[in-house]
Design a protein around this ligand. Structure first.
Ligand SMILES: [Zn+2]
Length: 384
């Protein structure tokens, strides 16, 4: 079954359809918003629609010759670029782009998938666009005559990964757009894009997806049943890519145990035990730690719901209610709001390259205090 269609994002879909019906296509678009909500899906859908020979109400038909080629990642007038490590092979990049063309919600970037099959979970290699990549893979092909399509389309995924030189090379392309040339940039960090690039792009904002939208998409892919669908959808925090990852992951139950044990150890507050838990956690890499914190956030939100008079309908970890209720019962003084705040702060710091190990030790200390009803600051704990 085909999974190329855009899930949700009605406002964006409506605008794109209107553009295609009217034929007033901009030279450049930038699709921005959180990760995993459909920016790539929309970029591919727009590229396909621009080449499609039998548009249906402003949407690609998905069956004509050009659409079929685009869906296989083989259309000669659609050039897709992704940031890479400097030792990535051509075959590896092609395999990733091919997978994306078929399902633009799957995670294939070099940062989160150092190897496409997921055997390596972390890498410290830098992922970026070099000026050579912009020239070789974009400037050259975009300056050729169109092979068979109506437009030449360049899709630049994670455009925030362009270094200054690469940005400037790309800016030159943007400044002298050929006719029937369309660039589509995607990013979840619009603040990292040069203002001179932004000002030449039509900006479209993408929002997080609803639990219902994610559940339905997971069910269509036969990945979940009616019970597990909403659990995973809630945990995914509005990102379908994250949900797909969770649905296919055997890791989730293990990480949940890891989180519960981290909370217990933090409460007991034995420095040596916490340190060895943190060591084993941080040895699994930054991405694992981010996932760990995401799962922890889900559990803390559940604890918050259980500790108050709130409805339990919104609980994510429905299968863990008994354990979680016990937790709440045993810690009547706990300030779960402080705990949530601390996890959010640490997640924020990790995005800014703070040392994982130190951040987790600080987190453990702050959680321990919060479980006794006391407030402590992550920043102060990090500094001490
Ligand atoms: Zn078509």
């Amino acid at each position: 079954m085909q999974h190329s269609n855009i899930v949700g994002q009605e406002r964006v879909v409506h605008t794109l359809k209107r553009t295609l019906v009217s034929g007033r296509v901009a030279h450049a678009y930038i699709f921005h918003g959180p990760d995993g909500v459909g920016k790539k899906a929309a970029a591919f859908a727009l590229a396909r629609a621009l080449q499609c020979v039998s548009l249906v109400d402003g949407e690609a038909c998905n069956v004509c010759g050009p659409c079929s080629k685009a869906l296989k990642g083989l259309h000669p007038d659609i050039h897709v670029l992704m940031p890479t490590t400097n030792d990535a092979t051509h075959d590896d990049i092609s395999a990733r782009l091919m997978a994306l063309a078929q399902d633009p919600y799957v995670i294939v970037d070099f940062q989160r998938r150092p190897t496409l099959d997921g055997t390596a979970t972390s890498s410290n290699k830098q992922v970026y666009y070099s000026v050579e990549m912009v020239n070789e893979s974009l400037r050259r092909p975009m300056s050729f005559h169109r092979v068979e399509g109506e437009y030449r389309v360049g899709i630049i995924l994670d455009a925030d990964k362009m270094k200054t030189e690469a940005s400037n090379a790309f800016l030159k392309l943007l400044e002298e757009p050929g006719s029937k040339t369309v660039f589509i940039l995607t990013t979840d960090r619009i603040d990292h894009i040069l203002p001179t690039i932004l000002s030449r792009c039509q900006q479209m904002r993408f929002d997080t997806l609803s639990v219902a939208e994610i559940t339905e998409a997971l069910m269509q892919r036969d990945l979940v049943d009616e019970q597990s669908g909403p659990v995973i959808a809630r945990m995914a925090d509005g990102s379908l890519s994250r949900a797909l990852d969770l649905a296919g992951s055997e890791e989730l139950p293990l990480v949940r145990d890891e989180v519960l044990s981290f909370l217990r150890l933090s409460f007991q507050g034995r420095g040596d035990v916490v340190t060895s838990a943190v060591d084993s956690l941080s040895s699994m890499g930054r991405e694992h730690t981010k996932f760990f914190l995401l799962v922890m956030l889900g559990i803390l939100r559940d604890l918050f719901l259980l500790s108050g008079a709130q409805s339990t309908e919104l609980i994510v970890n429905v299968d863990q209610i008994e354990t979680l209720s016990k937790f709440v019962g045993n810690l009547p003084d706990a300030r779960i709001d402080y705990m949530i705040e601390a996890v959010e702060q640490v997640s924020y710091l990790l995005e800014r390259n703070v040392n994982t190990r130190l951040a987790l030790i600080a987190l453990s200390r702050v959680l321990s205090n919060a479980m006794r009803g006391d407030r402590a600051e992550i920043a102060l704990s990090l500094a001490s």
